[in-house]
Design a protein around this ligand. Structure first.
Ligand code: EPU
Length: 418
């Protein structure tokens, strides 16, 4: 078992380069199954969710070749299996995307229900509603979800909530279905647009991605392409929050500033100076953070995947902040760990009341999920003394080279074997 050991107190200075987006790549890699040719996927982050996705592709029969550090060649032409075991699917929430992709390719899929970060019930009823609307019969039996259709036929689908996963899964299943599919109340996150761009570059006919109505005219064939994954907006946001907590002056490179608008507005309110360039941004923080109100919502509003990191930052603010979670039923488990470091946080329903404290003090804490882990790193970097973070497998799911990147910024973090 490994853990991170952080000596807090260093200001962050320098440049950090952002990797490819986790939540894009875990959708785009399964989408390769829909291609009739070889795909080269670039800007693939070296994170464990990618390793699991590539392993699933390999086990299904795809040829997977690493071209360089961040480019993979995937040849799905010989894939003939449509089954994913519990052993694989339980390791990652996004394994559900193989249901849509395999339905789109074979008109059938057999997948064990997914794993992933644990923050309350994570239903997939909207995904199933979409598959059924397209003509699939969906049965859950012996802990396996089976979806089968004689033929998928495009249909109007209204999602009860703007679910990222359901939007992606319906896009994957509908792209080769016969006729027109219209997804209403679709999610608008940047990774939805990235997936649509990837599929369109292969020959799909998808319009409206990035708005709440997506129209998909089914096509019979998709060709192999070269495609580069967009930068990870949440990884960028995490470094923005980190420098605001420690103080400092950093350039965050390889970002799409538009994707970061809601986060940028919040850190400016908290006291940071931000300079935006075409594909990078400079964040300067020379004051104590100011308290503010944060409410998570679907894109383009403040993302739930930044909620723990901003809470860690606000635990050091001047005054009392409130952080309201509106996407997930339960995403505040990690606050106990911040409290162990001296934070003053009280969770009432879906709101955390965060009374800023003068300082956090390092201690032994445990990551309860991916973004919770990121929040503990931020707290550790800003805290007095030594913070030890266990359960770091969660952090490795979504942050490439986190130790190397923080070290290059002057933070003191080490990965050690327990
Ligand atoms: N929901 C349903 N039924 C469904 C689907 C979703 O009730 O069929 C509910 C969920 O319970 C939740 C809300 O709808 O309350 C939103 O869920 P959504 O489907 O949008 O989430 P997801 O697709 O499972 C993705 C990201 C999460 C991120 C959410 C929200 C991936 C692989 N995961 O999850 O990312 O929090 O969207 O933006 O894209 C992370 O990166 O740390 C992470 C957890």
């Amino acid at each position: 078992m490994e853990k991170f050991v952080i000596q807090g107190g260093n200001r962050l200075e320098g440049t950090v380069r952002i990797s490819g987006a986790k939540n894009s790549v875990v959708a785009i890699l399964p989408a390769v199954l829909l291609s009739d040719g070889v795909c080269h996927i670039e800007n693939v982050p070296n994170i464990s969710d990618v390793s699991v996705t590539l392993k699933i592709l390999y086990e299904l029969g795809a040829k997977v070749r690493k071209i360089n550090q961040s480019t993979f060649e995937i040849d799905p032409t010989n894939v003939n299996s449509y089954t994913i075991s519990k052993e694989m699917s339980s390791r990652m929430r996004a394994s559900t995307y193989f249901i849509g992709a395999m339905l789109g390719r074979f008109n059938k899929a057999l997948v064990a229900p997914p794993g992933g970060c644990n923050f309350g019930v994570r239903p997939i009823d909207q995904h199933i509603k979409g598959f059924k609307a397209l003509g699939a019969r969906v049965v859950i039996d012996n802990e396996m979800l089976s979806a089968k259709a004689t033929k998928l036929i495009g249909a109007p689908i209204y999602l009860d909530m703007a679910s990222v996963g359901a939007t992606i899964n319906v896009m994957l299943a509908a792209v080769k279905a016969e006729g027109l599919t219209i997804i209403e109340n679709a999610a608008r996150e940047p990774h939805i647009v990235d997936l649509a761009n990837f599929l369109n570059s292969m020959g799909a006919d998808i319009m409206g991605a990035g708005t709440d109505v997506i129209k998909i005219h089914g096509v019979s064939q998709l060709k192999g392409v070269n495609y580069s994954i967009i930068p990870d907006q949440i990884e960028a946001g995490t470094y923005m929050a980190a420098v605001c907590a420690t103080g400092g002056n950093i350039v965050i490179d390889n970002v799409i500033p538009k994707h970061l608008e809601s986060i940028t507005k919040k850190i400016v309110e908290i006291g940071a100076e931000v300079e935006l360039y075409d594909e990078s941004m400079r964040i300067v923080m020379n004051t104590k953070p100011k308290a503010c109100k944060v409410k998570t919502m679907y894109h383009p509003k403040f993302p739930t995947d930044m909620q723990p990191q901003i809470t860690a930052l606000l635990s050091l603010a001047d005054g009392t902040s409130s952080v309201t979670e509106s996407v997930w039923a339960s995403r505040f488990q990690y606050t106990d760990q911040l409290v162990a470091m001296g934070a003053d946080i009280c969770v009432e329903g879906n709101t955390a009341i965060v009374k800023g404290v003068k300082e956090l003090v390092g201690t032994s804490v445990s990551a309860t999920d991916l973004r919770a882990g990121a929040a503990l790193i931020i707290a550790g970097l800003a805290a007095k003394g030594t913070t030890e973070i266990s359960n770091i497998g969660y952090i490795d799911r979504g942050y490439e080279d986190v130790v190397e990147k923080i070290t290059a910024l002057g933070g003191n973090i080490k990965r050690v074997s327990e």
